[in-house]
Design a protein around this ligand. Structure first.
Ligand code: ADP
Length: 324
């Protein structure tokens, strides 16, 4: 391998910059040149490339977002789009890729590497933590810290005014942030996309909490909850449940930003280092991940079509037990 192309794609996540830095510096350490590809597959198709040297990644370790930018690129789903991308890659001497993103990004990478026989290692970057092949994805820990910070603040005002708050957190298909935030933030109820909670069931939980003389309550709702989001849940609960005052707070995109936590910085650095070393060892198609405290690889085949990602059932039970 003489030149690695690195890109970030799909939804951005804190820690992506730290991963770019680790890829660049590990490659340079091994006398491999690095091309930065802007805006994921879009930049690949347009040839929007830049030479990365060690100074290109100075002081980005602590920055949220991604200096290489990210995009969603429908054209890469077509043969013609991928042909254009390959021509650009070949012209610039890139002979291996490191992709940082979610499962859409991995799917594109797998198809591309099979079509053009180019090795590609993937780094899981998404706040949703819903990828198979790793215990933690980049950005999940930071997003949780952001959410907890917000919930703590909401709890202060909820307690002062005897309020019931419905807080919506990110996760269209994944309840990881909601579950974690629910446990860490001491929520009275958690609504997850993976586990339907009927409104009547939620009201029962809130009635119980009220009977226990709780004067303020927090319900965490993942955006993908089947009841249609925090406003809908609040409206339907209000029709039947009488509490002092109810409010809705949708945390939104602030969950995607911010300086990565110490955990995400170290994880990103390990993943970037590990991905480049796997390429050097001849691995041609895999995602890196962490299992326990060990770095592991999973083939893209298994990561994309292996077992379904599952929420931690025990943590769901623990969250319920904590509301006794
Ligand atoms: P994420 O990587 O966060 O899951 P997306 O699902 O938007 O984000 O995927 C990112 C990009 O990966 C897409 O915009 C597209 O360019 C590429 N991609 C996703 N699925 C495919 C596919 N089946 N074939 C080719 N490219 C794909």
């Amino acid at each position: 391998i003489r030149r690695i192309g690195v890109y970030t794609s799909g939804g951005d996540a804190p820690g992506m910059n730290a991963a770019i830095r680790a890829v660049v510096r590990t490659a340079l350490y091994n006398n491999i040149k690095v091309t930065g590809i802007f805006r994921g597959y879009e930049g690949m198709i347009e040839g929007d490339f830049t030479e990365m040297v060690s100074r290109s990644v100075s002081s980005i370790l602590q920055k949220g977002g991604t200096i290489l930018k990210s995009a969603r690129c429908p054209e890469f789903r077509t043969l013609e789009g991928r042909k254009k991308a390959y021509d650009n890659i070949q012209r610039s001497g890139i002979d291996a890729l490191v992709a940082i993103g979610g499962d859409g990004t991995f799917t594109g990478a797998e198809i591309f590497s099979q079509e053009y026989d180019i090795p590609v290692l993937c780094i899981p970057g998404t706040i949703d933590n819903d990828l198979y092949g790793t215990d933690y994805t980049l950005g999940f820990d930071t997003a949780n810290n952001t959410v907890i910070d917000a919930i703590d603040k909401i709890k202060d005002t909820a307690a002062s005014h005897n309020r019931l708050f419905f807080v919506e957190v990110m996760g269209r298909d994944s309840g990881c942030i909601a579950l974690n935030a629910g446990v860490a933030g001491g929520a009275e109820a958690i609504m997850l996309p993976e586990k339907e909670t009927a409104i009547d069931e939620l009201i029962d939980m809130l009635e119980t909490a009220k009977d226990r003389n709780k004067t303020s309550m927090i319900v965490i709702i993942a955006e993908g909850d089947k009841n249609g989001g925090a406003y809908n849940v609040a409206k339907r609960v209000n029709e039947k449940f009488d509490f002092y005052d109810t409010k809705v707070s949708i945390l939104g995109h602030l969950q995607r930003g911010g300086s990565p936590s110490s955990f995400d910085r170290v994880l990103a650095t390990r993943m970037g280092y590990f991905a480049v070393n796997e390429l050097l060892k001849g691995n041609r198609s895999a995602t890196v991940g962490i299992r326990g405290s060990k770095m592991v690889t999973t083939t893209l085949e298994e990561a994309l079509r292996g077992k379904e990602f599952k929420l931690d059932e025990e943590l769901i039970t623990i969250a319920e037990v904590m509301n006794i």
